[in-house]
Design a protein around this ligand. Structure first.
Ligand code: ADP
Ligand code: MG
Length: 228
């Protein structure tokens, strides 16, 4: 099996998709993987801005058929790279219309598709996830409850849902994504830094917080990373 494809979704703005994507790119490059980053948030490509100098990356509009074709072609051309896709808000429309371009190519690509679905505590996060599961049935989907929005018990809507059962019945996991101190995340976002660059340049206190967060993140990633 060739290297996996990771899609970081959520289809809502501000749920933490970009931060999860950045954490994933960091974790993969730390273990020596070649990573190809597709930033589908073409109007606000924050991940691309932070990572364009560090990994191979491209802006691809997944609201259009052309973008999905390019996505599949990248997966074929860069066989030795793990593909990481950062999606935009309202990505569900494009997924519903063209997601099969990808899902029907997975066998031929010989790639496994893994989705990290990032949620806040609101109901529409869950409804959008159901749409995604219907559009791309052959992805393993893990749900990341973003700790930025509160502790696990605050995600009662998801925790008590049939959707959680459906996700887990298909081998998906329901995980808490760690909260990072605002001072550090603000620094990373406003200075358009990769996590590796932040690690090299931030003051000692900020780095201590970054280290704590990265340790928590790596524990979360262990059970959901695929080794191709
Ligand atoms: N786990 C987290 N820890 C700290 N800040 C977070 C976390 N998740 C999201 N944020 C903050 O929330 C904002 C939106 O996150 P972002 O990753 O850009 O969301 P999205 O890509 O889904 O729109 C950012 O300013 C980010 O710093
Ligand atoms: Mg984003």
């Amino acid at each position: 099996m060739t290297k996996p494809i990771y899609i970081v979704g959520g289809s809502k703005g501000g749920v933490g998709k970009s931060l999860v994507t950045m954490a994933l790119i960091h974790a993969l490059t730390e273990v020596g993987e070649d990573v190809f980053v597709i930033d589908a948030d073409t109007s606000n490509p924050d991940v691309w801005k932070c990572y364009q100098n560090e990994v191979v990356s491209e802006l691809v509009n997944l609201d259009e058929a052309d973008g999905w074709i390019r996505f599949v072609n990248i997966c074929d051309e860069y066989k030795d790279s793990v593909i990481v896709v950062n999606t935009a808000a309202r990505n569900n429309t494009g997924v519903a219309a063209y997601g099969r371009t990808l899902s029907q190519s997975l066998d031929e690509l010989d790639r496994q598709l893994v989705t990290f679905w990032v949620v806040n505590r609101q109901r529409d996060s869950l409804e959008l996830l159901q749409d995604y599961l219907d559009a791309i049935p052959n992805s393993t989907v893990h749900v990341f409850k973003n700790g930025y929005f509160g502790a696990d018990n605050k995600f009662e809507l998801y925790n008590g849902s049939d959707l959680k059962k459906a996700v887990e019945a298909k081998g998906g996991k329901s995980l808490m994504f760690p909260d990072m101190a605002d001072r550090v995340s603000d620094d990373i976002y406003s200075n358009r830094m990769s996590i590796a660059k932040a690690w090299k340049t931030m003051p000692i206190g900020n780095r201590a917080e970054l280290r704590r967060w990265l340790e928590e993140v790596s524990k979360v990633f262990v059970p959901v990373m695929v080794h191709g």
